[in-house]
Design a protein around this ligand. Structure first.
Ligand code: MRU
Length: 364
């Protein structure tokens, strides 16, 4: 996707040296466009853990390149297994991370150590290209929903609510939940996005708003608590969110607060769609609430906020009473019964075991 007319992916190999890995530092957006250069596996793990890169598909892709950087230093089997385990432990909820590392290992365990670096870069590039293609397809299948909503309003403006950032910054390109919006916009459909700010880290206010603004798409940032009110007053035509892990039965783990939006959507007959590449499906898990590990992050993300002062400097301020403890579960699980449907690279389906198997029959 483009920033100031220049096309970027969210991760790429440096064109000059041909091996180091480039990412945007998402902790600096929207204030600064800072491109980081990763040169070893520890930097890569830090980038994922500190959320310089975040979003389920992107952390998988970046971890795949982390494996490449690790192998450049030591391509022995012992070191490879150790470094992959370290990368996989950086964030627990998004299953794409584990999926990408397992895919890298499946190829590399069958590759002689002296050939591993080249094989790893090849596999990481494939993961990236496949993710971009999958998200592009999600955009096409999801845009049809927005087109349908527009037609139902006689061509009127379609208001889509989204939570967190499931745009191109969260994937290699296009995004998941935002890809249909980009496609609909390209098709000339009048689309406006309600962007949940997404406390505590504000991925909506900072990243989704940045993406949509850079692309010229109408949007309004709202407090997380505003969605139910807007739905009650007919101001949301549909909700589309991304996800970090979907069970084989269609339960959806996503950024904390998603569940409450799904409840409000259900109560107001607002369609609630979830967009995902198949790399986000955990075929081994049936009960999302009971089985998906939920990341607990630092209380400081709740007690403090970072933003730009009137003087233009970045500042971090405390917003809670001094001494009050804070808790920070980073994800929640929306049960399948609250999900209207899933948008995948193979099309749309019901959020259920049968729905998913109809699109992925090889998993029967
Ligand atoms: O903690 P984050 O910012 O990595 O969480 C991201 C989300 O919850 C996204 O909605 C999800 O990863 C889907 S990304 C296409």
């Amino acid at each position: 996707m483009k920033i100031d007319g220049i096309a970027y992916r969210s991760v790429w190999v440096d064109a000059e040296d041909g091996w180091s890995v480039r990412i945007f530092d998402q902790t600096k957006l929207p204030w600064e466009l800072d491109i980081l250069r990763l040169t070893n596996v520890d930097q890569t793990a830090h980038a994922i853990k500190s959320m310089q890169v975040r979003g389920a598909p992107l952390i998988g892709a970046v971890a795949a390149y982390g494996v490449c950087l690790a192998l450049r230093e030591d391509a022995s089997s012992d070191a490879m297994e150790r470094d992959c385990a370290m990368l996989a432990a950086t964030r627990p909820t998004a299953v794409n991370l584990r999926w990408a590392i397992e895919r890298m290992l499946a190829r590399l365990r069958n590759t002689r150590p002296e050939n591993r670096v080249a094989a790893a870069y090849d596999e990481a590039a494939r993961i990236c290209d496949e993710d971009a293609a999958q998200c592009e397809a999600i955009g096409r299948y999801g845009a049809d929903l927005i087109a349908g909503a527009s037609a139902a309003k006689g061509g009127g403006r379609v208001n889509v609510l989204t939570h967190c950032n499931a745009g191109w910054l969260a994937t290699v390109d296009w995004g998941t939940a935002i890809a249909p919006i980009y496609r609909a916009h390209e098709r000339g459909i009048d689309v406006h996005v309600w962007v949940d700010e997404t406390r505590p880290r504000n991925q909506g206010a900072a990243l989704t708003a940045f993406e949509l603004g850079s692309h010229g798409i109408a949007h309004t940032v709202i407090a997380d608590n505003a969605g139910g009110h807007l739905m009650q007053h007919g101001q949301v035509d549909l909700a589309i969110v991304g996800t970090d892990r979907v069970t084989r039965t269609g339960d959806v783990a996503n950024k904390i607060g998603t569940y409450l939006k799904a409840l409000a959507a259900h109560d107001n007959n607002v369609p609630f769609w979830v967009a995902l590449p198949s790399t986000t499906i955990d075929w081994a898990v049936s009960d999302g609430v009971a089985e998906i590990p939920i990341e607990e992050r630092s209380a400081a993300e709740v007690t403090h906020l970072t933003g730009r002062t009137a003087a233009g400097d970045l500042a971090t301020i405390q917003v809670t009473a001094p001494g009050s403890p804070a808790a920070n579960p980073a994800f929640d699980v929306t049960p399948a019964r609250l999900v209207t449907g899933l948008i995948t690279e193979r099309g749309r389906c019901a959020a259920s075991a049968e729905g998913l198997l109809s699109l992925f029959p090889e998993r029967r």
